[in-house]
Design a binder for this molecule. Structure first.
Ligand code: 3PG
Length: 405
């Protein structure tokens, strides 16, 4: 069901689950939001509900606090920014289901918006026990008449505000979740070919499921980032002091063999920026990928690899990218990620569908100076988009297909 199926929402209390988990920098003047992409992506649904005259109760999490209030994870700065993006102030409730939340909801006028404090300040939000989660979900549901699920970045979590609450209130899928699913469906169901997937980031163990699944759907798999060294090791190469998941080498060998059997091209870097320490001012050089010195660590793909990757993307009609190519936060190791982003921009201009998946990758491309509009779609979900591509069932989506109770 979409929001339109919920009937007249004027004066109704609508609980919206958004993903407002944005990166924060703690400064002397308090916390500053370093990338507001998720806030901007969540705003249209909230604005639409407000314009329909609903009393909008937004709930979200920030970081991973341990089930109790922790000031550094407060959503207060997010409420402020959300108000700026909406062009209307947002009331901030200093708790989630307590006195402050109830009072804030009580005083809402039609079209008004309140943001509740971090859901994960309550142990019930992420509890393993069904009863504990259900109890917290009951309290949340008690604040509202209907529920709108719009936090795509959390639909892979079976948590109280994502899963349990949808079973307690009449519910609908928000526009952001709908848009994300529509795009990801185009990647999994008959993507226009050639279809390439670029994977980066530190750990191959986070991506095993998705790699396994992609070997059945993608034509090319381009590997960069820290996980590349486990691939190089699987090919029998020395990787010096680079990040290596020794316990995954055999699994990766299996993937390389399977890819060859199934005609999927796995593209690995041919040169590496190798440094003598994990630091921006470390000594560093470009070395061939098969000659990483024993005392060096790879921190980015080299220029030849960047050109190779760009050439492998140039004729693609569909590209999904998750994870930076190197330690892009440090200027000397940002070139690979920047070149990859540029290659995606170029192929987008030629009409390919390009999807950047993941909060980190999205923040990376913005930090490197690209705009959201340069790409086909920037997904707000990291883990969620990977699990979708993995073919996993996402509890926050399946629950929406159940009828209302
Ligand atoms: C994310 O950042 O991927 C989502 O907000 C989910 O956060 P989590 O991994 O802490 O559940």
């Amino acid at each position: 069901k979409t929001i339109g199926d919920l009937g007249d929402l004027r004066g109704k209390r609508v609980l919206v689950r958004s993903d407002l988990n944005v990166p924060l920098e703690q400064t002397e003047r308090g916390a500053t939001i370093t990338d507001d992409g998720r806030i901007r992506a969540s705003a249209p649904t909230i604005k639409m509900l407000s314009e329909l005259g609903a009393r909008v109760i937004v709930c979200a999490h920030l970081g991973r606090p341990k089930g109790q209030p922790d000031a550094k994870y407060s959503l207060a700065p997010v409420a402020q920014r959300l108000g700026e993006v909406l062009g209307n102030p947002v009331v901030f409730a200093e708790d989630t289901v307590g006195e402050s939340a109830r009072a804030a909801v009580e005083s809402l006028e039609d079209g008004g918006v309140v943001l509740l404090e971090n859901l994960r300040f309550n142990a019930g939000e992420t509890a393993k026990s069904d009863e504990e989660r259900a109890e917290f979900a009951q309290a949340l549901a008690g604040l509202a008449d209907v529920f709108v699920s719009d936090g795509f970045g959390v639909v892979h979590r079976a948590q109280a505000s994502v899963y349990d609450v949808a079973r307690l209130l009449p519910h609908a899928t928000g526009g952001l979740v709908q848009a994300e699913v529509d795009v990801l469906r185009r990647l999994t169901q008959d993507p226009e070919r050639p279809y390439a997937v670029v994977l980066g980031g530190a750990k191959v163990s986070d991506k095993l499921g998705v790699i396994g699944n992609l070997l059945g759907t993608a034509d090319r798999l381009l590997i960069g980032g820290g996980m590349v060294f486990t691939f190089l090791a699987a090919k029998g190469l020395e990787v010096g002091k680079s990040l290596l998941e020794a316990d995954q080498v055999d699994t990766v060998k299996g993937y390389l063999e399977r890819a060859e059997r199934e005609g999927v091209e796995i593209v690995l870097p041919v040169d590496i920026v190798a440094a003598d320490a994990f630091s921006a001012d470390a000594a560093h050089d470009v070395v061939p990928a098969d000659a990483i010195p024993a005392d060096r660590m790879g921190l980015d793909i080299g220029p030849e690899s960047a050109a190779l990757f760009a050439s492998k993307l140039a004729d693609c009609r569909t590209v999904f990218w998750n994870g930076p190519m190197g330690a892009f936060e440090m200027e000397p190791y940002a070139a690979g990620t920047k070149a990859l982003a540029q290659a995606l921009v170029d192929v987008t201009r030629q009409g390919a569908l390009t999807v950047v998946g993941g909060g980190d990758s999205a923040a990376a491309v913005r930090q490197l100076g690209f705009a959201d509009a340069d790409f086909g779609h920037i997904s707000t979900g990291g883990g969620a988009s990977l699990e979708y591509l993995e073919g996993k069932e996402l509890p926050g989506l399946t629950v929406l297909e159940e009828g209302d109770n």
